[in-house]
Design a protein around this ligand. Structure first.
Ligand SMILES: N[C@@H](CCC(=O)N[C@@H](CS)C(=O)NCC(=O)O)C(=O)O
Length: 348
């Protein structure tokens, strides 16, 4: 037994960076270990997943999946909460976390694997991490060949996934258009407000921060788009990196978010939640694909069972409220369009 948390992952991984940012904010003693090809078989067998990150608690428990990990840490360390105590902000936090976990990950894969410079940089970084080669170590020809081979093996998984979720080269206009729209909305928000839900970071900030650190401010193509369309995101990431739970302002008492968040929630409703509804209908009908048109032409996407389950978990946070709290949440979130998808029946 050790007295620290171990996080296995790689530096340029969305969810690894999400969990590392969360643990740093909460002040949890953490050892980051690269999930190299050497340790992968043991980590995967003990955690029961191929995905990363994997967390080993000081008691030796092996955990995976960032949302349950975050909720477990919330229960274990209630003195450093990332879920607001009041209903409107709490449900909004869950809706936004689900969005940042499940939807901009399409752009993360798209940019990294369909643009040469991003493949070289981000893909190369993942390859070095899984081989256990330091990011800045000079490589001879043999080393270059090893990195290229590792990069190709990750790429073959990544491009298969990108095709399934409609994030491949054919979706370029949609990927770039949706990304720029999101970045512009966030830019306007962070020009006024330090974090997504106000003066202190909450759960979705870590999902967004994971995406920024591992992909969107790391890979050159999305970084260039952020520099042009949303430079406030750069200051935001630095602010979140520096934030610590023991030195943030108290929760606001009025259970309200800034007006600049409304366009983000509408964006979530029009894009991600349209997918959630179509995904739900297709899964209920036993279909394997959904058709989605976000204004860039109709696209066939694979159904996503995992995403239906996280939808249902987010919905449970709303359903679990008492009637008075639910009424407050509905008054704020109904007009923004983000509750419809949460009212669908559980099917999985
Ligand atoms: N829902 C999981 C998602 C984890 C995930 O998708 N991790 C990616 C890296 S960021 C991964 O391991 N991909 C490799 C694979 O699917 O084989 C979480 O929140 O932790």
């Amino acid at each position: 037994m050790h007295d620290r948390f171990i996080v296995y992952g790689v530096e340029a991984s969305y969810f690894t960076r999400k969990v590392l940012a969360l643990f740093a904010y909460k002040g949890l003693p953490t050892d980051f270990r690269r999930k190299t090809l050497m340790v992968a078989p043991e980590v995967e067998a003990k955690a029961g997943t191929r995905l990363m990150p994997v967390v080993v608690t000081p008691e030796g428990e092996w955990l995976w999946d960032s949302t349950p990990i975050a909720l477990a840490m919330e229960r274990r360390f209630p003195e450093s909460p990332v879920l607001p105590p009041t209903p409107v902000l709490q449900v909004t936090a869950r809706i936004l976390e689900d969005f940042f976990d499940e939807w901009p990950t399409r752009q993360a894969l798209h940019f990294r694997w369909y643009y040469a410079a991003d493949r070289e940089h981000g893909g190369g970084s993942v390859a070095r991490d899984i081989l256990g080669i330091a990011q800045d170590a000079p490589l001879d020809a043999e080393g270059e060949a090893m990195v290229e081979k590792a990069r190709m093996s990750v790429e073959s998984w990544a491009t298969r996934t990108a095709q399934a979720i409609g994030a491949d080269a054919a979706a370029q206009d949609e990927m770039v258009g949706e990304f720029v729209r999101l970045v512009e909305i966030l830019d306007q928000h962070f020009a006024e407000v330090p974090f997504l839900l106000g003066d202190r970071p909450t759960l979705p900030d870590f999902a967004l921060a994971g995406g920024l650190a591992a992909h969107f401010l790391y890979d050159p193509t999305p970084r260039g788009l952020i520099e042009r369309h949303g430079p406030q995101l750069i200051a935001y990431q630095e602010r979140l990196d520096a934030a610590r739970a023991d030195s943030v302002p108290p929760w606001s008492e009025n259970d309200a978010f800034a007006e600049t968040l409304a366009p983000l929630l509408q964006h979530v409703a029009l894009g991600f939640h349209s997918f959630l509804k179509a995904n739900h209908a297709a899964l209920a009908a036993g279909q394997k694909e959904v058709t989605l048109d976000l204004g860039y032409g109709a696209r066939r996407l694979s159904t996503r069972r995992y995403t239906e389950r996280t939808r249902a978990e987010t919905a449970a946070a709303l359903a679990g409220l008492d009637a008075a709290a639910r009424e407050q949440v509905e008054a704020v979130l109904e007009p923004l369009g983000v509750l419809e998808a949460l009212r669908l029946p559980v099917i999985l």
